[in-house]
Write a protein that binds this ligand. Sequence first.
Ligand SMILES: [Zn+2]
Length: 224
Amino acid sequence: MSPTLIDTKLGRDYLGRHFLLSVPTNRKAVTLTFDDGPNPRNTPSLLKLLDRKRITAHFFLVGRHLARHGSIARETVAAGHEVGNHTYHHIPLTLLPSRVIRKELVETEKLLDEIAPGRMHTVRPPMGWFSQRVMNRFRDLDLIPVMGDVYPQDPGRPGVDTIVRRVRARIGPGSIVILHDGGWRDGVDRSQTIDAVDRLTDELGAEGYSFESLSALCDGGELE
Ligand SMILES: [Zn+2]
């Protein structure tokens, strides 16, 4: 896999000045995040898995998908998961004029307000692309920019073993893991991600890890 910025210390130092990458804590607690849904093929089975394991996660939703699959998003929130803004059309924001960036965010916030009015207001930029201009738009709308410190590049479907191995190589107390339950098309196949989550939660759970919502992870932060 080609390394991303979060795979190097230099990259993490840079990103960490702009984004929440992880939460400082001694507790073996982490947050799983899922991008690009709601997705009719994958989200329902992922919700079933998380429910069976009593795990709470954070979903970064795409407005365009949310508008068409509102019932899946409502189920997600009803199950106790948190939802955040992943823009309306999932176009890299750096390519767009400021006015359109704002529209991408506001239109998605409106849909999120309908299903989760009291939420923690988070945003994750599509493809991780950002600039100072993009960060300023996040700040205008009081959105907390969240990236993560563990990314196994699951959209490339490298195999369940590889996804599990990549996550295990990076994860630690306070980690935020970037995963995908959706994609550009409704028919996208995220079964590898879901199978990897099944194994990771078993394996890491046996090692004492808990899987929390992002607000719980942040509330339980601070080194003891
Ligand atoms: Zn995305």
